[in-house]
Design a protein around this ligand. Structure first.
Ligand code: PMV
Length: 345
């Protein structure tokens, strides 16, 4: 899907510097399992956060071969640079310009990098956007977010959703004609106004490194005994949550979101070999939230990424009650809380 004019580019004549920023996103319907080359086994749906951002500056210089250097908060990170080099090498057949490029990246995350929040979606979306801006500059064409989403996906699947604000869908579905496995789609107009500006309190129970990478987890889905049932379930949940979002049925949205989070971790536990990314404190938080919801009648729901930390999602109108609950009842089991919200504008 890349423009032919980009494929004809072989070298740059002068250096280009540019800056991009991209946010993290949290999936309500989880992408877990791949098919083909970085294509999702099932459609996913996420909300893009406002304040958890990666800011990056890029310097593209002509070179005889591909060179990549990456600095995170001014500290050189050769392992991250190698990953980006591998990614650019994988694109060289289609984009020969990446054979003769010297790329230096300086990155900064607005959220603490030992916070346990995956920075791959925000950092790879910042990279995808930078590459598209760079290639568009070389060919005097306009920035196309769809291409940025496509290139971000090839770097890290869920990053393709971070190109858009608000509610974002990724993967081919009958619900949207323009949907694709290749890039994400903004679906804000499909969501009831009462559900705009949801809040996310990211409850950090452990900020350590993950024991099993997402890459390994996705590939374990290939021969997972529940793969076909999971795909059917994800498609059903996707359809149901879309209807609930459209009708402003927050309770229904929350129930589906929690079921998706628990399923994600159930898939990990029932992989071969099985593994557990939840910590004892993750379960404490889940139980406390369920009790609070039942007793106080406040509709706050959890979702969980591939890690032990718990995202609590709630509406603006419940902000005070939920935040008081988190500060008083959850704080003893938490390392930290990152307060974020959705961004629509
Ligand atoms: O984008 P990846 O390859 O890091 O996979 C992300 C998978 C989950 O975060 C667990 C779910 C999702 O849809 O974001």
């Amino acid at each position: 899907m890349l423009p032919d004019s980009w494929k004809r580019l072989t070298h740059i004549s002068s250096e280009v510097s540019l800056e991009t920023s991209a946010p993290a996103n949290i999936a309500l319907i989880k992408y877990w399992g791949k098919k083909g080359h970085q294509l999702p086994a099932n459609p996913s749906l996420s909300l893009t956060l406002k304040d958890c951002l990666t800011h990056s500056s890029f310097l593209f210089r002509p070179s005889d071969s591909l060179q990549v250097k990456l600095y995170l908060d001014k500290v050189e990170k050769p392992t991250f640079a190698q990953k980006i080099k591998n990614y650019l090498e994988s694109l060289q057949n289609e984009l020969p310009i990446f054979k003769s490029l010297d790329l230096t990246i300086h990155s900064h995350n607005t959220f603490p990098h030992s916070s346990g929040i995956a920075s791959s979606a925000s950092s790879q979306a910042a990279l995808g956007e930078a590459l598209v801006r760079f290639l568009a500059l070389q060919t005097s064409t306009d920035f196309d977010p769809m291409l940025a989403s496509h290139l971000s996906r090839l770097a890290s699947g869920s990053a393709c959703r971070s190109i858009y604000k608000g509610f974002v869908s990724w993967g081919e579905t009958r619900e949207f004609n323009e949907s694709s496995d290749l890039y994400a789609l903004n679906i804000n107009t499909h969501v009831h106004p009462s559900l705009h500006y949801l809040r996310d309190a990211i409850c950090i129970v452990s900020s350590g490194e993950k024991e099993v990478s997402s890459r390994a987890g996705h590939s374990q889905m290939n021969n997972h005994p529940f793969l076909s049932a999971r795909i059917v379930q994800a498609e059903t949940n996707y359809k149901s949550i879309l209807k609930a979002l459209n009708e402003g049925e927050w309770q229904r949205v929350g129930e589906i979101m929690e079921s998706e989070a628990l399923t994600l971790h159930a898939m990990m536990m029932t992989s071969n070999p099985g593994y557990i990314l939840l910590a004892p404190k993750s379960l404490d938080v889940i139980r406390l939230v369920q009790t609070f919801r039942r007793e106080a009648g406040v509709l706050v729901y959890f979702t969980i990424d591939a890690g032990p930390n718990i995202h609590l999602i709630y509406r603006d109108e419940d902000q005070q009650k939920v935040e008081t609950f988190i500060k008083h009842e959850l704080s003893p089991v938490l390392e930290n809380v990152i307060w974020d919200r959705m961004d629509f504008d």
